[in-house]
Design a protein around this ligand. Structure first.
Ligand SMILES: NC(=O)c1ccc[n+]([C@@H]2O[C@H](COP(=O)([O-])OP(=O)(O)OC[C@H]3O[C@@H](n4cnc5c(N)ncnc54)[C@H](O)[C@@H]3O)[C@@H](O)[C@H]2O)c1
Length: 447
């Protein structure tokens, strides 16, 4: 294996960490058979030859495997973090040194650095972007719409130095984008409704082989993993309050129950709440759950789901965290006002004193599974990133015809990914007989 640096431009913690990053990336690769097969085809067909892709994703070992796949397809790639806490510094070093990826990401980077890195990824001049939460695409649209006041400082500073033509060219150069997560898709659909979306987007999250597996099984397991790593708490016998019973919430509720917790679900949507009840969970408003929970986790994609009135009602030692995309689900600013004291009591744990009782907030309310653990297992990211890789190929192949809208990948692509995964797992399934095909297409065969 080469250790000669490809010397890609970068702003990372330490290039000397590259060996460890390479070992861990190779370990993840073992559990990513679908992406491996796509990479082999890409290396032969080079569908992204000469393309420039800017990615704003969690910088993990699984993402590294996606980056290597895009490189195999012939693309130049720049990568910045989609969360200030989720970067694995050794992985960043490996990608720079061994794969020539331009990486701008440092674990624990402050707000200013986070957006400086986004500006650097944009300055790369991409044809395509890949987002996890729509921060890159959002910035591009603010530039296009001239809403420079809405850009964060570093991005605004970069744009202010550009001429009007250069700004126009930056946005016009982007042929399309892919989006990884629920929250990003919601933002992009809002742009499409407002009529401001500038290029086609593939909502990777909307593929069944993404949200039914990554959001449910990936988030379910890795969120519990992050909570345990941060706190070393015993799950059995505890009361865990899960806010939101969407794909992610279902996953966490299922895993927490499996580990022996009593699980309470809070919801705002009646069908989801009913499903949670039918699945055997207690369902109640957050105001009623607040005094009961030993641990609270939000997975809603919504703002201020746990607020000061809830913090005030919690018992001494209650633990609160978030696994939704943005750190907006816990009203930390409200808690700061309420608290008489705050101190860090353990890595990733801030203790707030609220009316004499202690409330413990994990990872500043950021995604706990990425901040305190390693994110999703590679085998589930295998499917998510197979979708990302095929979405990039699809966008380039259809760039002349795709409308400026949020698209799903065609169902055949979803099914192909599932087929490859099943084959890798050694699972066979039945196929429809001709008679069944005819029956399913008919309307006149009754009782
Ligand atoms: N931690 C991770 O690794 C990870 C992985 C995938 C998605 N996500 C993020 O997790 C969040 C949820 O994703 P999802 O796919 O489960 O979305 P989803 O739309 O399937 O589910 C969200 C649920 O939250 C409910 N909800 C909204 N506001 C609420 C409130 N105030 N109180 C209680 N419930 C409320 C909604 O009714 C919905 O049922 C998103 O921000 C998504 O981007 C995180």
């Amino acid at each position: 294996m080469t250790t000669k640096s490809l010397d890609a431009p970068h702003d990372i913690r330490d290039l000397a960490l590259a060996d460890e990053g390479r070992r861990r990336t190779e370990w993840a690769e073992r559990s990513m058979p679908v992406l491996r097969q796509i990479r082999a085809r890409f290396a032969a067909e080079r569908p992204l030859a000469g393309r420039r892709i800017a990615c704003c994703l969690h910088v993990t070992t699984e993402t590294a495997n996606l980056m290597i796949t895009l490189r195999a397809a012939g693309a130049e790639v720049a990568l910045c973090a989609s969360n200030p806490l989720s970067t694995q510094d050794d992985v960043a070093a490996h990608l720079v040194r061994d794969h020539g990826v331009h990486v701008y990401a440092i674990k624990g980077e402050d707000h200013e650095t986070y957006y400086t890195h986004i500006a650097q990824a944009l300055a790369f001049g991409p044809d395509l972007t890949q987002d996890d939460g729509a921060d890159l695409v959002g910035s591009l649209h603010m530039i296009k719409l001239g809403r420079l006041g809405d850009l964060s400082g570093p991005v605004r500073a970069m744009v202010e130095e550009m001429s009007a033509e250069e700004r126009e060219a930056l946005v016009a150069g982007v042929r399309g984008s892919t989006e990884e997560t629920t929250t990003g898709v919601i933002r992009l659909k809002a742009m499409a409704v407002e009529g401001v979306l500038q290029f086609p987007v593939i909502a990777v999250n909307d593929s069944r082989t993404k949200h039914m597996f990554d959001n449910r099984y990936g988030t379910g397991q890795s969120t519990l993993d992050g909570i345990i790593r941060a706190t070393n708490m015993l799950v059995a016998g505890s009361t865990i309050v899960v806010a939101g019973y969407g794909w992610c919430g279902r996953g966490l509720a299922m895993r927490a129950r499996g580990a022996g917790a009593r699980v309470i679900v809070t919801e705002v949507e009646p069908v989801a709440a009913l499903e949670a009840r039918m699945d055997g969970f207690d369902v109640m408003p957050m105001a009623e759950a607040a005094p009961l929970g030993d641990l609270f986790c939000t997975l809603t994609g919504n703002l201020h789901v746990i607020r000061p009135e809830h913090f005030r009602a919690m018992k001494d030692g209650a633990i609160v965290c978030n696994s939704g995309h943005f750190n907006v689900e816990l009203d930390i600013a409200g808690l700061e006002v309420l608290a008489s004291d705050k101190r860090e009591v353990r890595r990733f744990i801030d203790e707030y004193v609220v009316e004499g009782r202690r409330v413990l907030v994990l990872a500043e309310g950021r995604l706990i599974n990425l901040a305190a653990a390693e994110g999703h297992p590679a085998s589930v990211m295998d499917m998510s990133f197979a979708n990302q890789a095929l979405a990039a190929e699809y966008l380039i192949a259809h760039e002349a015809t795709l409308e400026r809208a949020v698209h799903r990948l065609p169902p055949e692509v979803d099914q192909e990914i599932a087929r490859l995964k099943l084959a890798a797992m050694g699972v066979g399934i039945d196929t429809l007989t001709d008679e069944q095909v005819t029956y399913l297409a008919s309307w006149d065969a009754g009782t």
